[in-house]
Design a protein around this ligand. Sequence first.
Ligand code: 3NM
Ligand code: MG
Length: 539
Amino acid sequence: MVFAKNDVDYSLYLVTDSTMLPPGTTLCSQVEAGLKNGVTLVQIREKDTETRDFVEEALEVQKICKKYKVPLIINDRVDVAMAIDADGVHVGQSDMPIPMVRKLLGPSKILGWSVGKPSEVETLAKWGPDMVDYIGVGTLFPTLTKKNPKKSPMGPQGAIAVLDALEEFKAIWCRTVGIGGLHPDNIQRVICQCVSSNGKRSLDGISLVSDIMAAPDACAATKRLRGLLDGSKYQFVDCKLNETFPTTASIQSVISQVSSNRPLVQHITNKVHQNFGANVTLALGSSPIMSEIESEVSELARIPNASLLLNTGSVAPIETLKAAINAYNEVNRPITFDPVGYSATETRLCLNNTLLTYGQFTCIKGNCSEILSLAKLNKDRMKGVDANSGNMDINLLVRATQIVAFQYRTIAVCTGEFDCVANGIFDGKYKLSSGTAGITAEDLPCMIIEDGPIPIMGDITASGCSLGSTIACFIGGLNSTGNLFDAVVGAVLLYKSAGKLASTRCQGSGSFHVQLIDALYQLFHENKPESWSASLKKF
Ligand code: 3NM
Ligand code: MG
């Protein structure tokens, strides 16, 4: 069977591995269960099978693929592919060179290549459209399937770099599938986040092994995957994800919701912030819990209006942080992420990037240095955890905030003399192949909150961290119809106005600390955002 190469559907690409078959199943029964329920492409990848058995298995699988009119690709073994007239071959970076494989296969077969780096994209672009038809982009997440992994997981950010390279080098013909550690809990996030910076392309599909091959019920497993791919909305918080701009009236509504819902705000945060953050949370009519106990995170996340603040200046073990992210993502409860000192040291850079790869955050809040580094617009390493002072260009900061919002599909907050908030959640909508239909970071709604300098903010500890507490209270306190962008902007507006008010009432940094809590308490309970001192404008 010859497939028109342009018509191949890459959306759900099953790669086999007969070493993980559950009892009572066979290679063929698992493949057929997949094909019956929405697998669109099959690759036989059997690393430990002798040639003769490999050929026999390939012929069996080929029969099934023909029945479902789905192309069959052979991993590595160009000879086997040619011998059985398979539809294509997939090779890795250390297998036979692509031009040789193409020469052997001829022009009409599908040729796939494993790619992990932009430089490899540059190579395939130079070869032109007659060489590589699609690439497997990976390894995305840790996987137990690959016995001798040569690459470390790249996360969605690594896949974005590959998609950007395809656009940069104009390899428009080349299709893409993500691979490595893809499971129902991360597939929608991957499709949603992995969009080229020009908004023009997303992954064309996902490729996986264990989720179907090792499934005791491969039919049900495939159906579930198919449903996630065909859904078009990634609802990772149970609140409204729309694009309207916050106003003082909508912020007033947020505060009423927080007052009546009294969210439980779990803090995993640094020692300096713990006490102050708990008091700020109480001032905002919410309940703080400073728990770092791994075994209780799932229970906490299930409490109505639970909200998590994750501040990476914390000393909690990384396994606790991951468990918390998992628990809140699983039940669609919000996480506010504060990557303290994002790139100040190699250790922090690695920890923060690991967590950013690991889950979905509703809000990412940082100071100018952190946001610039996250957006990769800051060439220098940060010095310590404080924001670099100096004249900051508003256009640059807005751009950085929008990039962070776009790349992590989050509401990004950049704090400083003025604060920027950019909404990258869109409508939670995602699409295979066509990305955001050309919407880019620059198109994202962005608000600026200003109230002149409040230098004394820098003279107390944990003032930035406690803005994180305020945001976590506000988004946690929303009703299911509440608006996330309103909540985050409202938190920033309140915090800035309270800071200003406290600075006029205090006598020094000690009383400023106390006055800040009083001002937060007063402004929150009065709930008259139209009279607050900080200004709110669209950028
Ligand atoms: N190739 P699972 S990762 C076959 O990174 C393969 O190129 C990878 O298995 C790459 O879906 C991988 O079970 C294994 O995680 C994917
Ligand atoms: Mg190989």
